[in-house]
Ligand binder design. Structure first.
Ligand code: FAD
Ligand code: SIN
Length: 528
C-alpha cells in the first residue's frame, strides 16, 4: 500500500492544476495511465474563453454560455466560472503559460462559434500543448509531487464513516509495465481523467479518453448527470490516416466557410450566424448535407485569407494537414464531424465535491452544470481551470480534519489466469464504438436508442460474465469502462423525450420545456 495526503487521478489541466495548488499543504501522488503529457489538454487548439477586453463583458459571456446551453446551464456555475475566469487566467500566466499578444501587449483574442465577442486566449493553434507543457514542468519540479506514469486507476476504495456515510480512502491502480495492482491511500482524492470520446468510432479525442473517471465514480456510488449531451465537433480532418485530427473552430472565427464538394456554401440555410452558429447546429447541418447529397465529407475553406496570415495564425494545422497532401493556403480541407466532448459527468458542487466524502472531481470528468445541453466553444478549459482550483482550495482547507486512512484493502488477485483470447477484447471494443456511432450519434431515434440499449446490455453482461474471470489488464479496464459509459449515455438519452442542444431525437424534434427543463441524473443502485 502507498500513502500520500492527496491522490490525483489524471495529469491533464484539471489534475495538474489541482496537484500544484494542494502541494504546498501536503504530499501528492498523481496517477496517469499513459505518458503524463498525454490527454485532451495537450491537443486543445482554439484556446480558453475569458473576458479580457473592455469591449466585452461578464454578462455577455454568461449570456452566450446560456444561449449555447439551450436552457440547462446552471446560473450560479456559469456566473462563477465567467467572473473567476480572469483571475484563473492570471494564475496560469504566473505559472508561465504564454498566451499570444498583440504588438501593443494586449492579449490577441480569437472568436469561435456562439461567442458574441472576441474572448478566446490562445497560443497560436496549439494552446493546450502550451498549458500542458507549463503545468507538467512545474509539477515535475515540485518536491511534494510524485507522478506515476503508466498507472491506470481501476476502482476507488471506499469505506463507511461512523455516521454510515460512504467515503473514498484511495484507489487501486494497475501498473501497465508490470501488470501489478497497488492500493494508493490518501486523505483526499481528485478524479480528473478527462472525457469519453473513445466510446465512439470517430472522435477528436486521444486514446486515453475512455470515460474511466465517470465509470469509476459511478461504480463507487457517485451520481452522474446529463450523459446524453455528447458534443460532436463539426470539423475533423477527413483522411484515412489522420486519426482524430481536429481543425479548430477558430478557423471559422477567422472567416473560413463550409462548402459542399461542389463548392456551394450551405450554412447560411441553417442559421443566421452561418459557420459561427453553435456547434450542435453546425455538426447537424453537415450530417444532414452528407446524408442528402451522399458525400463522404464537406470542405472547410480559408483560402480567401493570405498565406502569411494562415501560416502564422494556424501554424500547427498548416504543417499537419500538409503532411496529408493538402496545402490549406491553396485548397479547402476535407472535414467530417466527430465525437468531441462530454457535457455530462460526475455530479459535483462549486468546490468540486462529489456526493462521496473525500472525493473531488474536475475537468471533463465532472458535471458542474456550466455547459447545459451544449458547451460553448473554449469553455471547457475555463471550467477545468476554475473548478479544479476551487476544489484544491477546498481540499486544503479540510486537510486537518481528514485523517490518513489506517489500513485499506490490497487488491484481491482472485483471477490469475491470463486470457488466451486477448483479441476478443479489441473486437468487443470495436463493437461498442460502432453501436454508439451508428445508433447514439448526432441524430437519434427511439428505435435506434432501444436497439443500442439491448446491444450494450449484452456486451456489459459479457464483460461481467466472461472477461472479468481473467487476469485484469488495461485493455480490459478500458472495455469495462467504455461499455458502462455507453450504457449511461443511452440511459440518459432514452427517457429524454424531446430534442435539446446536443440531444436530437427525430421522434421528438421539438424542445419541451414543460417536462424537460431539467438535468438527467443517474443514481447507481447499491448492488452494481
Ligand atoms: P485530460 O486533459 O484529457 O487529462 C486526463 C488525464 O487523465 C490524462 O492524463 C489521462 O492519461 C488520465 N487518465 C485517464 N484515465 C485514467 C485512469 N483510469 N487512470 C489514471 N489516469 C487516467 N477545450 C477548450 O476549452 N478549448 C479548446 O480549444 C479545446 N480544443 C480541443 C481540441 C481537441 C482535439 C480535444 C480532444 C479537446 C479540446 N477541448 C478544448 C476540450 C478540452 O481540451 C478538454 O475538455 C480538457 O483538456 C480536459 O482536461 P482534463 O484535465 O479534464 O482531461
Ligand atoms: C476548437 O479549437 O475548435 C476546439 C474548441 C473547443 O473544443 O472548445
Amino acid at each position: 500500500m502507498e500513502r500520500s495526503d492527496f491522490l490525483v487521478i489524471g495529469s491533464g489541466l484539471a489534475g495538474l492544476i489541482f496537484a500544484l495548488d494542494v502541494a504546498d499543504a501536503g504530499t501528492v501522488t498523481v496517477l496517469t495511465k499513459s505518458d503524463p503529457f498525454e490527454g485532451s489538454t495537450r491537443y486543445a487548439q482554439g484556446g480558453i474563453a475569458s473576458v479580457m477586453d473592455a469591449r466585452d463583458s461578464f454578462d455577455a459571456h454568461v449570456r452566450d454560455t446560456h444561449e449555447a446551453g439551450a436552457g440547462l446551464c446552471h446560473q450560479d456555475t456559469v456566473e462563477l466560472a465567467v467572473r473567476e475566469g480572469p483571475d484563473a487566467i492570471a494564475h496560469l500566466t504566473r505559472l508561465g503559460v504564454a498566451f499570444d499578444r498583440e504588438g501593443s501587449g494586449t492579449y490577441s483574442l480569437g472568436r469561435e462559434g456562439g461567442h458574441s465577442a472576441r474572448r478566446i486566449l490562445h497560443a497560436a493553434d496549439a494552446t493546450g500543448a502550451e498549458i500542458q507543457r507549463v503545468l507538467l514542468e512545474n509539477a515535475l519540479a515540485h518536491p511534494n509531487i510524485r507522478i506515476l506514469a503508466d498507472h491506470i486507476a481501476v476502482d476507488l476504495i471506499t469505506s463507511l464513516t461512523t455516521h454510515g456515510e460512504k467515503e473514498v480512502v484511495g484507489a487501486y491502480a494497475l501498473d501497465r509495465q508490470t501488470d501489478m495492482i497497488t492500493s494508493f491511500a490518501a486523505r483526499a482524492t481528485m478524479l480528473a481523467t478527462g472525457g469519453v470520446g473513445k466510446v465512439y468510432l470517430y472522435t477528436s479525442n486521444p486514446d486515453i479518453a475512455t470515460g474511466d473517471g465517470i465509470a469509476i465514480a459511478y461504480r463507487a456510488g457517485a451520481r452522474v448527470a446529463n450523459m446524453e449531451f455528447i458534443q460532436f465537433h463539426p470539423t475533423c480532418l477527413y483522411h484515412p490516416k489522420a486519426k482524430s485530427f481536429l481543425i479548430t473552430e477558430a478557423m471559422r472565427g477567422e472567416g473560413a466557410c463550409l462548402r459542399l464538394p461542389t463548392g456551394e456554401r450551405f450554412m447560411p440555410h441553417y442559421h443566421q450566424l452561418a459557420e459561427l452558429a453553435p456547434r450542435d447546429i453546425v455538426a447537424r447541418a453537415i450530417d444532414d448535407q452528407m446524408k442528402k447529397t451522399g458525400c463522404d465529407y464537406v470542405l472547410l475553406d480559408i483560402t480567401h485569407r493570405s498565406a502569411d496570415f494562415i501560416q502564422s495564425r494556424f501554424p500547427m494545422i498548416y504543417e499537419k494537414v500538409k503532411e496529408f497532401g493538402c496545402d490549406i493556403t491553396k485548397e479547402p480541407i476535407p472535414v467530417v464531424p466527430a465525437a468531441h466532448y462530454c457535457c455530462g459527468g460526475v455530479v459535483s458542487d462549486l468546490d468540486g465535491r462529489t456526493g462521496l466524502l473525500r472525493l473531488y472531481t474536475a475537468g471533463e470528468t465532472a458535471f458542474t452544470g456550466i455547459h447545459g445541453a451544449n458547451r460553448l466553444a473554449s469553455n471547457s478549459l475555463l471550467e477545468a481551470l476554475v473548478f479544479a482550483l476551487r476544489a484544491a482550495r477546498h481540499a486544503k482547507g479540510l486537510l486537518e480534519s481528514l485523517p490518513m486512512p489506517n489500513e485499506i484493502p490490497e487488491w484481491d488477485y482472485v483471477n490469475t489466469v491470463k486470457s488466451s483470447e486477448g483479441v476478443l477484447l479489441s473486437h468487443t471494443w470495436d463493437e461498442v464504438r460502432r453501436v454508439m456511432w451508428n445508433l447514439v450519434g448526432i441524430v437519434r431515434s427511439n428505435k435506434r436508442l432501444t436497439l443500442a440499449r439491448r446491444r450494450i446490455a449484452y456486451i456489459r453482461e459479457e464483460v461481467r460474465e466472461y472477461y472479468w474471470k481473467y487476469f485484469v489488464t488495461s485493455d480490459f479496464i478500458e472495455l469495462r469502462n467504455i461499455s458502462l459509459v455507453a450504457e449511461l449515455i443511452i440511459n440518459s438519452a432514452l427517457p429524454r423525450r424531446e430534442s435539446r442542444g446536443l440531444h436530437y431525437n427525430i421522434d421528438y424534434p421539438e424542445r419541451n420545456d414543460k417536462e424537460w427543463l431539467r438535468d438527467s441524473i443517474l443514481t447507481p443502485s447499491p448492488h452494481r
